[in-house]
Design a protein around this ligand. Sequence first.
Ligand SMILES: [Zn+2]
Length: 265
Amino acid sequence: MIPVDKQVPSPHFTKGRKSFKPEAIVVHIMEGTLVGTDAWFRDPISKVSAHFGIGKNGELHQYVDLANSAWHAGRVNKPTWVGMKAAGNGTFYNPNYYTIGIEHEGFGQTPWSDRMYHKSAELIAHLCVDFHIPLDRAHVVGHHEIYSLKSCPGQHVNFNILLDLARQHRTALVDGTAPPTPAPVSGIPALQEEKKSGSVRVLKNLNIRRKAPTTSAGIVSTAPAGSTLAFEGWVTNGQPIQGNRKWYFNQDGDYFWSGATGEVV
Ligand SMILES: [Zn+2]
């Protein structure tokens, strides 16, 4: 398990996990500070908790043992998460029993710091290895995907980036190699995605960018002019190039700028 900077035990948990085990990770935003959350999770009035909290500076606090069910995602409203466990009659088993909750310092409207992104990714990687949880969007979910009345964790966490970083950490963990060096990621906002597959013609040699719609992302490959590229959808708020922010993404989650493409003829 990853080293925790500070144990801040919260009395708000259910002992054990009934007949369940951790199968997914729920990402939360504190709507406040790490210090404030430490106090709130210990306050008898709050009746809430999470397993972990991460500060903007990357500090990691633990509130509830992973063997127990923290009280972080017990309410269910119009869930969109595919991992919800139906209990019959339109009801669901309490997601607290089969999830791990991670809180993040700040507010839904404020950008994540690079250090918070990296610590969160590192923690998620450790948890996924320890509990054999797949590292994908079906198993790393936003709180609002369980409880639609909240927007938690807000618009500023980019799950593509978080998952990609976590996969890099997992690879390092499994191979016993050095973890990825922290690189700036927080300037990239949550992506506005449209999912609709198709293909386009490449008008001039076009770089396919690794996991992010920006020329600062690594180049996966270069598609030659005249070739055809398949896409799974596009984002409308990628890096603007000549004023055009539309970038397509392919089935690997890599991106290419729409401005260098045209219709297939
Ligand atoms: Zn939440």
